[in-house]
Design a protein around this ligand. Structure first.
Ligand SMILES: [Zn+2]
Length: 184
């Protein structure tokens, strides 16, 4: 297990469509190692999600925090292979997002508050989960990475785009210290 370098905006993998993973590839040692590395890298980066293109690999794989951390307990992460994400309704909610490949910035992004996540787990077993709120936002962000889309593309306007330290000052002012942004 190794922490890989997270590529930043400008790297072509972030603007490419990723390839689906075949069952043979999924069973291979190199792909299982990639999944281990994605898990190690997202934990090291203190992110809530990470997609393979963010380490320069154009394959349809992402990891996300499936069980958020609680006091004293680290979060749990799940890998999803060949995912699809279906919104449960047309509804959109705005909240703050950032991206490990676009360091230090935050912006308000509309996302569906409830989605169904389909795909395969790392052993090839089907995944079918109904996700809401913060976790639903994270998987929409990661899914976009597999199609060359970044959160800046999803912003309706750029007025809320802010540097993280300014954003924290804003939150302090509003006494919303309990809030945090999704970074993946
Ligand atoms: Zn991202």
């Amino acid at each position: 297990m190794a922490v890989r370098k997270i590529v930043r905006l400008g790297h072509p993998a972030l603007r490419s469509r990723s390839e689906a993973v075949t069952p043979e590839e999924l069973a291979s040692a190199s792909l299982q190692e990639l999944i281990d590395d994605l898990l190690a890298t997202v934990v090291e980066a203190e992110g809530v999600g990470l997609a393979a293109p963010q380490v320069g690999v154009k394959l349809q794989i992402f990891v996300y925090e499936s069980e958020p951390q609680t006091e004293g307990e680290p979060g749990r992460y799940e890998a999803v292979i060949n995912p699809s994400v279906e919104p449960e309704s047309e509804e959109l909610e705005y909240d703050w997002e950032g991206c490990l490949s676009i360091p230090d910035l935050r912006g308000l992004v509309p996302r569906h508050p409830e989605v169904r996540l389909f795909g395969l787990d790392r052993h090839g077993a089907p995944i079918d989960r109904l996700l809401t709120g913060f976790t639903a936002r994270v998987v929409q962000h990661e899914f976009d990475h597999l199609h060359g889309v970044i959160y800046l593309d999803r912003m309706r306007d750029l007025h809320s785009l802010t540097y993280e330290d300014e954003f924290e000052a804003l939150l302090d002012e509003a006494e919303q210290a309990g809030e945090s942004s999704a970074v993946g």
